[in-house]
Ligand binder design. Sequence first.
Ligand code: CU
Length: 291
Amino acid sequence: MSRTLTERVHRRPRLSRAGAAVIGLGCLVLLTGCSEETTEQWKRLGLPEAASDRADYVHDLWMGAWIAAFIIGGFTWALMGWVSVRYRRRREDELPAQVRYNLPIEVLYSIAPVIVVVVLFFFTVQTQDKELAEVSNPDHEVVVTAQQWSWTFNYAKESGAGGEDVYDTGTPAQDPELWLVEDETVNFTLHSPDVIHSFWVPSFYFKLDVIPGLDHGFSMTPTKAGTFVGRCAELCGQHHSRMLFKVIVTDRQTFDEHMQELRDAGQTGVLRGGRESETVDGLDTAAGGGE
Ligand SMILES: [Cu+2]
Protein backbone atom coordinates (compact mmCIF):
# COMPACT_ATOMS: atom_id res chain seq x y z
CA MET A 1 0.00 0.00 0.00
CA SER A 2 1.43 3.33 -0.96
CA ARG A 3 1.75 6.19 1.49
CA THR A 4 0.23 9.57 0.74
CA LEU A 5 2.33 12.68 0.27
CA THR A 6 0.89 14.18 3.48
CA GLU A 7 2.06 11.16 5.47
CA ARG A 8 5.53 11.43 4.03
CA VAL A 9 5.80 15.11 4.81
CA HIS A 10 4.85 14.43 8.42
CA ARG A 11 7.46 11.71 8.70
CA ARG A 12 10.35 13.88 7.64
CA PRO A 13 12.79 14.48 10.49
CA ARG A 14 12.71 18.01 11.77
CA LEU A 15 15.81 20.14 12.15
CA SER A 16 17.37 18.98 15.39
CA ARG A 17 18.01 21.43 18.20
CA ALA A 18 21.72 20.78 17.91
CA GLY A 19 21.57 21.63 14.19
CA ALA A 20 19.67 24.85 14.86
CA ALA A 21 22.19 25.81 17.56
CA VAL A 22 25.12 25.25 15.18
CA ILE A 23 23.50 27.39 12.46
CA GLY A 24 22.60 30.12 14.99
CA LEU A 25 26.14 30.14 16.37
CA GLY A 26 27.58 30.28 12.84
CA CYS A 27 25.42 33.32 11.99
CA LEU A 28 26.42 35.00 15.24
CA VAL A 29 30.12 34.47 14.56
CA LEU A 30 29.71 35.79 11.02
CA LEU A 31 27.84 38.90 12.15
CA THR A 32 30.06 39.79 15.10
CA GLY A 33 33.19 39.20 13.00
CA CYS A 34 32.26 42.04 10.65
CA SER A 35 34.38 45.10 11.31
CA GLU A 36 33.56 48.31 9.47
CA GLU A 37 36.35 47.51 7.03
CA THR A 38 34.88 44.07 6.32
CA THR A 39 31.41 45.57 5.87
CA GLU A 40 32.79 48.07 3.36
CA GLN A 41 34.55 45.26 1.51
CA TRP A 42 31.27 43.35 1.37
CA LYS A 43 29.67 46.39 -0.24
CA ARG A 44 32.38 46.28 -2.93
CA LEU A 45 31.69 42.53 -3.30
CA GLY A 46 35.17 41.55 -2.15
CA LEU A 47 37.28 44.25 -3.81
CA PRO A 48 39.90 45.90 -1.59
CA GLU A 49 39.89 49.64 -1.01
CA ALA A 50 40.88 51.34 -4.27
CA ALA A 51 44.20 53.22 -4.47
CA SER A 52 44.55 54.01 -8.18
CA ASP A 53 42.94 56.32 -10.72
CA ARG A 54 42.13 53.30 -12.92
CA ALA A 55 40.36 51.38 -10.17
CA ASP A 56 36.90 52.81 -10.90
CA TYR A 57 36.78 51.14 -14.30
CA VAL A 58 37.41 47.68 -12.89
CA HIS A 59 35.12 48.40 -9.95
CA ASP A 60 32.25 49.21 -12.32
CA LEU A 61 32.91 46.15 -14.47
CA TRP A 62 33.10 43.92 -11.39
CA MET A 63 29.87 45.27 -9.88
CA GLY A 64 28.10 45.18 -13.26
CA ALA A 65 29.10 41.56 -13.83
CA TRP A 66 27.81 40.58 -10.39
CA ILE A 67 24.54 42.48 -10.84
CA ALA A 68 24.04 40.72 -14.19
CA ALA A 69 24.87 37.38 -12.55
CA PHE A 70 22.39 38.01 -9.71
CA ILE A 71 19.61 39.01 -12.12
CA ILE A 72 20.18 36.02 -14.40
CA GLY A 73 20.69 33.67 -11.44
CA GLY A 74 17.58 34.99 -9.65
CA PHE A 75 15.47 34.68 -12.80
CA THR A 76 16.72 31.13 -13.43
CA TRP A 77 16.20 30.01 -9.83
CA ALA A 78 12.71 31.57 -9.77
CA LEU A 79 11.84 29.78 -13.00
CA MET A 80 13.14 26.47 -11.67
CA GLY A 81 11.23 26.93 -8.41
CA TRP A 82 8.03 27.89 -10.19
CA VAL A 83 8.22 24.93 -12.58
CA SER A 84 8.94 22.49 -9.73
CA VAL A 85 5.84 23.67 -7.83
CA ARG A 86 3.51 24.34 -10.72
CA TYR A 87 4.17 21.06 -12.54
CA ARG A 88 4.89 18.80 -9.60
CA ARG A 89 3.42 15.35 -9.31
CA ARG A 90 0.13 15.96 -7.53
CA ARG A 91 -1.08 12.40 -7.26
CA GLU A 92 0.95 9.31 -6.50
CA ASP A 93 -0.39 7.34 -9.47
CA GLU A 94 -0.26 10.08 -12.08
CA LEU A 95 2.79 11.41 -13.91
CA PRO A 96 2.75 15.09 -14.95
CA ALA A 97 2.70 15.68 -18.72
CA GLN A 98 6.15 14.79 -20.15
CA VAL A 99 7.15 17.41 -22.73
CA ARG A 100 10.28 17.46 -24.90
CA TYR A 101 11.68 19.23 -27.96
CA ASN A 102 10.16 22.61 -27.27
CA LEU A 103 11.75 24.60 -30.07
CA PRO A 104 11.24 28.16 -28.71
CA ILE A 105 12.75 27.10 -25.37
CA GLU A 106 15.68 25.39 -27.12
CA VAL A 107 16.35 28.55 -29.15
CA LEU A 108 16.17 30.67 -25.99
CA TYR A 109 18.64 28.35 -24.22
CA SER A 110 21.07 28.73 -27.11
CA ILE A 111 20.78 32.46 -27.72
CA ALA A 112 20.59 33.77 -24.13
CA PRO A 113 24.14 32.65 -23.11
CA VAL A 114 25.58 34.10 -26.32
CA ILE A 115 23.94 37.46 -25.55
CA VAL A 116 25.32 37.35 -22.00
CA VAL A 117 28.85 36.61 -23.27
CA VAL A 118 28.68 39.33 -25.95
CA VAL A 119 27.50 41.97 -23.44
CA LEU A 120 30.20 41.00 -20.90
CA PHE A 121 32.83 40.95 -23.65
CA PHE A 122 31.78 44.43 -24.84
CA PHE A 123 32.12 45.97 -21.38
CA THR A 124 35.36 44.07 -20.69
CA VAL A 125 37.02 45.42 -23.84
CA GLN A 126 35.84 48.95 -23.02
CA THR A 127 37.27 48.63 -19.50
CA GLN A 128 40.53 47.17 -20.79
CA ASP A 129 41.01 50.08 -23.20
CA LYS A 130 40.54 52.63 -20.41
CA GLU A 131 42.82 50.64 -18.08
CA LEU A 132 45.62 50.42 -20.64
CA ALA A 133 45.40 54.02 -21.89
CA GLU A 134 48.99 55.24 -21.75
CA VAL A 135 50.08 58.54 -20.26
CA SER A 136 52.36 60.26 -22.78
CA ASN A 137 54.57 62.17 -20.39
CA PRO A 138 54.49 60.42 -17.00
CA ASP A 139 56.10 61.83 -13.85
CA HIS A 140 57.80 58.49 -13.16
CA GLU A 141 59.16 55.66 -15.29
CA VAL A 142 59.61 52.42 -13.41
CA VAL A 143 61.02 49.28 -14.99
CA VAL A 144 59.73 46.34 -12.99
CA THR A 145 61.82 43.19 -13.24
CA ALA A 146 60.26 40.01 -11.97
CA GLN A 147 62.86 37.33 -11.39
CA GLN A 148 62.75 34.00 -9.63
CA TRP A 149 61.82 34.81 -6.85
CA SER A 150 61.70 38.47 -6.12
CA TRP A 151 61.41 41.89 -7.75
CA THR A 152 63.72 44.66 -8.91
CA PHE A 153 62.48 48.20 -9.43
CA ASN A 154 64.47 50.59 -11.65
CA TYR A 155 63.46 54.23 -11.30
CA ALA A 156 64.41 55.41 -14.78
CA LYS A 157 63.70 59.11 -14.20
CA GLU A 158 65.71 59.38 -10.98
CA SER A 159 69.20 59.74 -12.38
CA GLY A 160 72.07 58.91 -10.08
CA ALA A 161 75.49 60.58 -10.23
CA GLY A 162 76.33 58.98 -13.58
CA GLY A 163 72.92 59.68 -15.05
CA GLU A 164 71.87 56.11 -14.43
CA ASP A 165 68.75 54.57 -12.96
CA VAL A 166 68.21 54.29 -9.25
CA TYR A 167 67.16 50.81 -8.31
CA ASP A 168 65.96 48.70 -5.41
CA THR A 169 65.83 44.95 -5.31
CA GLY A 170 64.63 42.27 -2.94
CA THR A 171 65.05 38.62 -2.09
CA PRO A 172 62.51 36.02 -1.04
CA ALA A 173 63.67 36.66 2.53
CA GLN A 174 63.34 40.43 2.28
CA ASP A 175 60.46 41.99 0.37
CA PRO A 176 61.57 44.87 -1.86
CA GLU A 177 59.77 48.20 -1.77
CA LEU A 178 58.24 50.01 -4.70
CA TRP A 179 57.99 53.72 -3.90
CA LEU A 180 55.49 55.96 -5.69
CA VAL A 181 54.18 59.49 -5.21
CA GLU A 182 50.51 60.14 -4.55
CA ASP A 183 48.72 61.80 -7.50
CA GLU A 184 51.77 61.59 -9.79
CA THR A 185 51.56 59.52 -12.96
CA VAL A 186 53.78 56.52 -13.40
CA ASN A 187 54.54 54.37 -16.39
CA PHE A 188 55.53 50.78 -15.64
CA THR A 189 57.52 48.60 -18.03
CA LEU A 190 57.50 44.94 -17.07
CA HIS A 191 60.50 42.73 -17.72
CA SER A 192 61.37 39.12 -16.95
CA PRO A 193 64.77 37.42 -17.41
CA ASP A 194 63.48 33.90 -16.74
CA VAL A 195 59.86 32.70 -16.70
CA ILE A 196 56.37 34.24 -16.81
CA HIS A 197 55.44 36.14 -13.65
CA SER A 198 52.53 38.49 -13.02
CA PHE A 199 52.72 41.95 -11.47
CA TRP A 200 49.77 42.43 -9.14
CA VAL A 201 48.90 45.14 -6.64
CA PRO A 202 45.37 44.24 -5.50
CA SER A 203 44.61 47.79 -4.28
CA PHE A 204 45.33 49.14 -7.77
CA TYR A 205 42.79 46.67 -9.20
CA PHE A 206 45.39 45.77 -11.78
CA LYS A 207 47.43 42.75 -12.76
CA LEU A 208 49.62 42.22 -15.82
CA ASP A 209 51.73 39.23 -16.83
CA VAL A 210 55.50 39.71 -16.99
CA ILE A 211 56.64 37.75 -20.02
CA PRO A 212 60.25 37.01 -21.04
CA GLY A 213 61.05 38.72 -24.35
CA LEU A 214 58.03 41.02 -24.20
CA ASP A 215 58.62 44.29 -22.38
CA HIS A 216 55.13 45.73 -22.16
CA GLY A 217 53.57 47.90 -19.49
CA PHE A 218 50.87 50.25 -18.34
CA SER A 219 50.30 53.68 -16.82
CA MET A 220 48.42 54.70 -13.71
CA THR A 221 48.31 57.24 -10.90
CA PRO A 222 48.27 56.19 -7.26
CA THR A 223 45.51 58.14 -5.51
CA LYS A 224 45.95 57.11 -1.90
CA ALA A 225 48.97 57.38 0.39
CA GLY A 226 49.86 54.28 2.36
CA THR A 227 51.53 50.90 2.22
CA PHE A 228 50.02 48.24 0.00
CA VAL A 229 50.75 44.62 -0.72
CA GLY A 230 52.07 43.49 -4.10
CA ARG A 231 52.66 39.95 -5.26
CA CYS A 232 53.32 37.65 -8.16
CA ALA A 233 50.08 36.23 -9.51
CA GLU A 234 51.52 33.58 -11.81
CA LEU A 235 52.78 30.25 -10.48
CA CYS A 236 56.42 30.71 -11.48
CA GLY A 237 58.36 28.07 -9.60
CA GLN A 238 59.24 26.64 -6.24
CA HIS A 239 59.21 29.89 -4.27
CA HIS A 240 56.47 31.70 -6.16
CA SER A 241 54.54 32.32 -2.96
CA ARG A 242 57.46 34.37 -1.61
CA MET A 243 57.44 36.83 -4.50
CA LEU A 244 55.97 39.60 -2.40
CA PHE A 245 56.72 43.31 -2.40
CA LYS A 246 55.52 46.43 -0.64
CA VAL A 247 54.14 49.43 -2.45
CA ILE A 248 54.73 52.67 -0.57
CA VAL A 249 52.75 55.64 -1.82
CA THR A 250 53.94 58.84 -0.25
CA ASP A 251 54.47 62.58 -0.85
CA ARG A 252 57.12 63.94 -3.21
CA GLN A 253 59.55 65.05 -0.53
CA THR A 254 59.62 61.68 1.26
CA PHE A 255 60.00 59.98 -2.10
CA ASP A 256 62.97 62.19 -3.03
CA GLU A 257 64.59 61.47 0.32
CA HIS A 258 64.17 57.75 -0.24
CA MET A 259 65.72 58.01 -3.73
CA GLN A 260 68.69 59.81 -2.18
CA GLU A 261 69.06 57.00 0.35
CA LEU A 262 69.23 54.50 -2.52
CA ARG A 263 71.81 56.64 -4.34
CA ASP A 264 73.86 56.94 -1.15
CA ALA A 265 73.73 53.16 -0.80
CA GLY A 266 75.24 52.88 -4.27
CA GLN A 267 72.08 51.48 -5.85
CA THR A 268 72.47 53.17 -9.20
CA GLY A 269 72.72 51.61 -12.62
CA VAL A 270 70.48 49.33 -14.57
CA LEU A 271 69.56 46.14 -12.79
CA ARG A 272 67.38 43.72 -14.69
CA GLY A 273 67.34 40.79 -12.35
CA GLY A 274 69.82 38.48 -14.08
CA ARG A 275 72.10 38.40 -11.08
CA GLU A 276 69.28 37.69 -8.66
CA SER A 277 67.99 34.85 -10.71
CA GLU A 278 71.27 33.02 -10.13
CA THR A 279 71.37 33.42 -6.37
CA VAL A 280 68.53 33.47 -3.94
CA ASP A 281 69.53 35.01 -0.62
CA GLY A 282 67.79 33.89 2.49
CA LEU A 283 66.79 30.49 1.25
CA ASP A 284 68.52 27.29 2.32
CA THR A 285 68.29 25.86 -1.12
CA ALA A 286 70.22 25.80 -4.33
CA ALA A 287 68.73 28.40 -6.61
CA GLY A 288 68.58 28.92 -10.30
CA GLY A 289 65.85 26.53 -11.35
CA GLY A 290 62.18 27.27 -11.19
CA GLU A 291 60.78 24.01 -12.40
CU1 CU B 1 56.66 34.96 -10.07
